[in-house]
Design a protein around this ligand. Structure first.
Ligand code: WAQ
Ligand code: MG
Ligand code: MG
Ligand code: MG
Length: 256
């Protein structure tokens, strides 16, 4: 696989104009594809954008570019699921997991105070656990993690083994969480979807793994959240460069 040439394929879609002109974010997606598979990749992303629960986009862009670096392979984070009965219970589980991962309690509260302000980005925000402030300079865009994927056959083996749905959403979230948590400056991640029908979210970190929480918002709510809690970030630019540019495949087990 390492000798094969791969392409990064990215999609973003919005409504009421493009994102940079104030349009509402509908959907984004990123894949790694061989040349032979590009048509399929582009189609998958097109399909994702035009049949989205956040609405029909009136702007969409799909691009691909060849990757000129070796692609790293890493094991998926271990996974756990917390069944909760209410948003309040779910959010309290999330807070205690973040604390376990090493985010000080007062910094968790500071981040939550800012959550609604950042709920309609198409990327993630970087939150510094020392200063208690957002440290990326991406405003309404946020930082979009890219150049990562998980071969479908290997993901489906993982899903069957853990009795998880073979869902692209779970695959994409676990790929992203695995990539983000692998960087030593990442303390933890907090995420829930901006899709109105999807209420399960997670807290992830290198030591805790990927901890799913079955209810982090109410049905119908289009406010999502993606925060990377970071510490000791002397070089913010190389961190963002890792998130956006380091190509990486998640691979479970030993097999190809
Ligand atoms: N890089 C950075 N931020 C992203 C990316 C990305 N590649 N993709 C999405 N986001 C941000 C963006 O602000 C979205 O609005 C927000 O995250 C939510 O994205 O185990 O579906 O794709 O059952 O709607 C987690 C639980 C599901 C899955 C998360 O997020 C499971 C989800 P969505
Ligand atoms: Mg999306
Ligand atoms: Mg997604
Ligand atoms: Mg979404």
């Amino acid at each position: 696989m390492q000798e094969e040439v791969f392409y990064s394929v990215r999609m973003r879609a919005s409504k009421n104009g493009p994102h940079e002109k104030g349009g509402k974010h509908i959907s984004g997606g990123e894949q790694l594809s061989t040349y032979a598979n590009l048509k399929h990749s582009v189609n998958t992303l097109l399909e994702k954008a035009i049949s989205h629960s956040r609405g029909n986009p009136d702007f969409m862009q799909i691009q691909f570019e060849m990757i000129d670096k070796p692609i790293k392979k890493i094991q998926p984070l271990p996974m756990g699921t917390h069944e909760v009965g209410s948003v309040e219970e779910g959010q309290s589980v999330a807070r205690s997991l973040l604390q376990k991962a090493g985010v000080p309690a007062e910094m968790i509260e500071k981040a939550y105070e800012q959550v609604t302000e950042y709920s309609d980005l198409r990327g993630a925000i970087l939150f510094d656990i020392r200063s208690g402030s957002r440290i990326d300079d991406r405003q309404q865009k946020g930082v979009r993690v890219s150049r990562m994927d998980w071969l479908t056959t290997n993901f489906e083996k993982w899903a069957d083994h853990y009795q998880m749905p073979r869902s692209p959403r779970v695959k994409e979230a676990l790929v992203l969480a695995t990539k983000v948590s692998t960087h030593p400056a990442t303390v933890a991640e907090l995420c829930w979807s901006d899709d109105p029908e999807y209420i399960t979210g997670y807290v992830a970190s290198k030591q805790l793994g990927y901890q799913r929480i079955t209810k982090l918002k109410e049905y119908g709510d289009e406010r999502g959240c993606r925060i990377f809690f970071v510490d000791g970030l002397s070089d913010r630019h190389s961190y963002i460069d890792y998130l956006e540019k380091q190509p990486l495949f998640v691979q479970w087990g030993e097999d190809e």
